[in-house]
Structure formats: structure tokens, C-alpha cells
Design a protein around this ligand. Structure first.
Ligand code: HEC
Ligand code: HEC
Ligand code: HEC
Length: 471
């Protein structure tokens, strides 16, 4: 047995060595964070030839990158920034990226621009929050970075508007830990060409470039690790584009080749149509997040590029763990048409939904989407389906589909228990087979909808945007 003095002495030694270890670890982390990142220098010497063509090319690529969606606060001019983005540590505001010399990026060299866009490093040497999707833009080719730079410098009007400081409190507001995150998790653009996947079909290659790079589809559609990096940046990782993130309340669905919860049964044309118009013959985008992508970005892309993106997405194998299935089964339609709706779920469907989506769940081509075999209905995560039933949705207005189609919300008509029965009925009829919906998930989604409509209780991107526009 040791004496109390001995025990205290041992504990003191343990304690001192723990402090020593912590100090060494902190010093190592600081050194790692502060070691400057050298990048291959880009210069714009030869860029002035074919100037107008380059500005146009840059404009198109900036559209494909959807810079405008994040860099335009509510009620502001394009690219003036100020949009509030919710992050786990607090609200950050996007920057003014017009070429204003004082408050925008007018003093950027091409190399400064490249370091922000592909490497996530500001001219001051500080690291950007990964709300700016530089881990995706890392894939951009030099000539495309140049074109986008020339567009911002010469195709965008300078507007003076100071950047808003983030609402992140010290010590979380310190940026040096972001450098550690970047060095550990963001790809090194100069190494990428040697590790990126090469595709034998040039159409698929182009689609992959757009989806993985400028389109940054994975920043919403790929699940994130605890440390917040996307679990994979291309299909060399099994989690790539398998969905699951909740964006502004809507779950970004699985885009892999699964037949039920996924794009397995979608025709390539369906996908290209959806990206161009916000809906296809039988599917529709719902909610704000994906509608914004269509409205600001994909509707403007060339048909060739949309076809290429569709070809690439359709080349992705199914996710291995998806549990939902679909096999056409006419029994539901027959029963409903014969007036047999003997479950509460069936009754609620006939009363509230069948007028538009029909008793056979097939909807009306190009107007009301089909529900039988629908990948949103069959998604492992029923968040979007539940939210849709509660708040409804209206289709994005695009050049290719100028009239707005709407679905009403049923929050005031249906109780939580009824939403459970209805959503479960839809997920388990016409051959659909997906897990039951739980009352807990309906409750929590209804609560968050209530919070969003009360700005004092909420700090999300949507309400912060409204607050902006009223200033
Ligand atoms: C998903 C949202 C999002 C998208 C899309 C996006 N950005 Fe950003 N960007 C941000 C945010 C947020 C910041 C500020 C980050 C910070 O303060 O660390 C930022 C910062 C920047 C900056 C730094 C400006 C400065 O000096 O402060 C530049 C330049 C920039 N973005 C350019 C672009 C371009 C070009 C595109 C399109 C190819 C783009 N961004 C797309 C969110 C986005
Ligand atoms: C800002 C986040 C975000 C980005 C970026 C994004 N998506 Fe989505 N996407 C969503 C959400 C949320 C949904 C679920 C809503 C829905 O089902 O319509 C969705 C749905 C979809 C759907 C299914 C629509 C349906 O009817 O089931 C497709 C296909 C899709 N996205 C493709 C893409 C592609 C391709 C890209 C890249 C060009 C992309 N998304 C980028 C958030 C995003
Ligand atoms: C007035 C007609 C109408 C009624 C009634 C209606 N819907 Fe819809 N539904 C639509 C429209 C239009 C869309 C597409 C919305 C969009 O593009 O934003 C849609 C979309 C959907 C989708 C998403 C399809 C996809 O491809 O992602 C589902 C699921 C759905 N409705 C289920 C229901 C349920 C369940 C009910 C009953 C509670 C219902 N709808 C009632 C018109 C309707």
C-alpha cells in the first residue's frame, strides 16, 4: 500500500505531465496551422487576348458554380454578399465579390483569386470557412479559374459595400483552427490530377467535372463526418452523393443508382429536365434549397452540359445500404378506385392528395409528380416528405417552365398522428416499400417550422435573410 503522500506525489507528476503534453500538442497545432501553404503561382499575363470571349466563358462558369446564390444577400445587387449562412459555431456572412477596390475583390491578382477559390486561403493568409465550397472548387482547371477571374474583374460592376463580420464569439471566432481543418481535409489542387478518377467516356468526364467541381453537388448531397468534411469528394468513397444532410429543413436525397431511394429508375432525360426546369415528366424539386440551385444555376447550363451531368450521375453505382424498394403493385390503386380505403392513411390520401396525385399514385405528366416509385417518397430519411405535407411547396419559375405549380401545406388540417399515418401509407403503397414514419420525427419537424416562422426563436439562413432585407 502507498501512503497518501506517495499518491499525491504520483498524481502531481501525472498532472504535470498532462499539462506538458497539452502544451506540446497546442504548440504543435499552432505550428501546423501557421506554417504557410505555398501554392503553384498563377499569373494572368496572357489573358487579355480574346477578352470578350473570356468574360463570357467566365460568366457561364460562375453560373455553373452558383456563386450568385451565396454571394447575394436578400434585397442586394448580385455578388455584393451579405447573405447569412448558418454554421455550427454561429452565423457567417458571404463576402462582397464585386471588383470594388475598397470593399470587394478589386485588388485581387489572379493568384489571390486562385488561392481563395481552390485553396481556401484569403490574401491575408487566413483560411476561409468551408461554407465557401473550396474543397469542391479545388477540381477546377487553370483555364477555368482564369476565365472566372476575368469575368469578375471585367464583367461585374463594382459596388461599394463593406463585409459584415461574422456573429461567431471569441474564442470560436479565431481562424487558425480553420487552417488545421483545411490542411487535414481539403484536397490539394496541385495533387488532385494524380489522384482524381479518369473516365474513358468524355461525356461522363465532363459531367464528373461539373458535378464534383463547380456544381459542388456533394456539399449538400454527401453526408459529412463529425469534423464536418464531406465523407467523399468523388465516388472513390462509398458515401459520395448518398444524401442525408438537412439543408434549410429539406433532406438532400441520395443521388446514387438505387432503384427506389436514388436515381436508379430515372431516365437521363428526366434528370436533365429536372435540372433545366425544376421538374420533369414525373418528378419535381421541392423546397428552397434545390429550387435555388435550379433557379440560379442549372437552368442556364447548355443542354450538352446538363446531359453530361445526367450521364455522370447515372453512371454511379447504387449505395450499398439502402433499405427501400419499389416493385409496381396495382393492388393499392384497385382498392382505392373501388372505394375501399379501410385504413386511416388511405382515407387521408383520398381526401387530401388524390385529386392531384391520383388514386394510382401516378400524378399527371409534367404537372403533378408521381408518388409511386418516387425517390423522394422512398428516401431513407423522410424529413422532406413530412415537411412537404406540412408546408407544401411551389415549383421554381424558370425560363423552361414559366408557370408556378403549387402544392398546399396541410399543417393546420392534419394532426401529427394523421401525418404519420398518411406518410406511412404513401411509403408503403403502390409497390413502394420504405420504413414507417415516426410521430417523434413529425413533432420535431413541426416544431422547427414553428420556430422558423418566429424570427426571435431562430437563427437560420432563411430568417436572417429576411432580417437583412428589412435594413
Ligand atoms: C455555398 C455558398 C458559397 C458559394 C456557392 C460560393 N461562395 Fe464564395 N464565399 C462564401 C462565404 C460564406 C465566404 C466568406 C467565408 C469566410 O468569411 O471565411 C466566401 C468568400 C469568398 C471570397 C473571399 C472574398 C474576400 O476577400 O473576403 C471569394 C473571392 C469568393 N468567395 C468567390 C466565390 C466564387 C467566385 C464563387 C463561385 C465560383 C463562390 N465564391 C461561391 C460562400 C460561397
Ligand atoms: C444547397 C444544397 C444543394 C445543392 C448545392 C444541390 N442540391 Fe440537389 N437537392 C437538395 C435538396 C435539399 C434536395 C431535396 C429536395 C427535393 O427532393 O427536391 C435536392 C434534390 C435533388 C434531386 C432530386 C429531386 C427529386 O425530385 O427527387 C436531384 C436530382 C438533385 N438534387 C441533383 C443535384 C445536382 C445534380 C446538384 C449539383 C449541380 C445538386 N443537386 C446540388 C440540395 C442541394
Ligand atoms: C393541388 C394539387 C396538389 C395536392 C392537393 C397535393 N399535391 Fe403533392 N404536389 C403537387 C405539386 C404541384 C407538386 C410539385 C411541387 C413543386 O414543384 O414544388 C407536388 C409534389 C409532391 C411530392 C414530391 C414529388 C417529387 O417528385 O419529389 C410528393 C411526395 C407529394 N406532392 C405528396 C402529396 C401528398 C401526400 C398530398 C396530400 C397530403 C399532396 N401531395 C397533395 C400538387 C399537389
Amino acid at each position: 500500500m502507498r501512503s497518501p503522500e506517495q499518491i499525491i506525489a504520483v498524481m502531481r507528476r501525472v498532472f504535470l505531465s498532462l499539462i506538458a503534453v497539452a502544451v506540446v500538442a497546442l504548440l504543435a497545432a499552432l505550428t501546423f496551422a501557421w506554417l504557410p501553404t505555398t501554392t503553384r503561382v498563377m499569373s494572368a499575363a496572357a489573358a487579355t487576348e480574346q477578352h470578350a470571349a473570356l468574360v463570357e466563358k467566365g460568366r457561364y462558369l460562375a453560373t455553373a458554380g452558383d456563386c450568385i446564390a451565396c454571394h447575394t444577400g436578400a434585397g442586394r445587387q448580385a455578388y455584393v454578399g451579405g447573405l447569412a449562412l448558418a454554421s455550427p459555431v454561429g452565423i457567417i456572412y458571404s463576402s462582397n465579390i464585386t471588383p470594388d477596390r475598397d470593399s470587394g475583390i478589386g485588388n485581387y491578382s489572379l493568384n489571390d483569386f486562385d488561392r481563395v477559390l481552390r485553396h481556401g486561403i484569403l490574401p491575408s493568409g487566413k483560411t476561409l470557412y468551408p461554407a465557401m465550397p473550396y474543397p469542391s472548387y479545388a477540381r477546377l482547371r487553370d483555364e477555368d479559374v482564369l476565365a472566372i477571374y476575368i469575368y469578375f474583374m471585367h464583367g461585374v460592376k463594382p459596388v461599394h459595400a463593406e463585409n459584415r463580420a461574422s456573429e461567431i464569439r471569441w474564442p470560436l471566432s479565431m481562424r487558425w483552427p480553420l487552417a488545421i481543418w483545411r490542411k487535414l481535409f481539403a484536397p490539394d489542387p496541385d495533387q488532385l490530377p494524380s489522384v482524381a478518377i479518369h473516365y474513358s467516356d468524355p461525356v461522363v468526364e465532363r459531367g464528373a467535372y461539373l458535378v464534383q467541381g463547380l456544381g459542388h453537388c456533394g456539399s449538400c448531397h454527401t453526408p459529412r463526418a463529425l469534423t464536418l468534411q464531406e465523407k467523399a469528394l468523388d465516388e472513390s468513397g462509398a458515401a459520395y452523393l448518398t444524401g442525408g444532410q438537412i439543408i434549410d429543413g429539406w433532406s438532400a436525397v441520395n443521388l446514387r443508382g438505387n432503384g427506389a431511394d436514388g436515381l436508379g429508375t430515372w431516365a437521363k432525360q428526366d434528370l436533365a429536365d429536372l435540372l433545366r426546369k425544376g421538374h420533369s415528366a414525373s418528378h419535381a424539386v421541392i423546397g428552397s434549397a434545390m429550387s435555388d440551385v435550379v433557379v440560379h444555376s442549372t437552368q442556364y447550363l447548355y443542354d450538352d452540359d446538363l446531359d453530361a451531368m445526367a450521364a455522370y450521375l447515372k453512371s454511379l453505382p447504387p449505395e450499398r445500404n439502402a433499405a427501400s424498394t419499389f416493385a409496381v403493385n396495382p393492388a393499392t390503386a384497385r382498392a382505392l378506385q373501388a372505394g375501399i380505403n379501410d385504413t386511416r392513411g388511405a382515407e387521408l390520401y383520398v381526401d387530401n392528395c388524390a385529386a392531384c396525385h391520383r388514386t394510382d399514385g401516378e400524378g399527371y405528366m409534367r404537372v403533378f409528380p408521381e408518388i409511386a416509385g418516387n425517390s423522394t417518397v422512398l428516401s431513407a430519411d423522410a424529413t422532406s416528405l413530412i415537411r412537404l405535407i406540412l408546408v407544401g411547396s411551389s415549383s421554381p419559375v424558370t425560363a423552361g417552365a414559366p408557370s408556378r405549380l403549387g402544392m398546399p401545406g396541410f399543417a393546420s388540417r392534419l394532426s401529427d398522428a394523421e401525418v404519420v399515418k398518411l406518410a406511412t401509407f404513401i411509403r408503403q403503397s403502390w409497390g413502394n416499400h420504405a420504413a414507417r414514419v415516426t410521430v417523434g420525427s413529425v413533432k420535431s419537424i413541426r416544431n422547427s417550422i414553428t420556430r422558423e416562422s418566429n424570427p426571435r426563436l431562430s437563427g437560420t439562413r432563411a430568417d436572417a435573410g429576411v432580417a437583412n432585407s428589412s435594413r
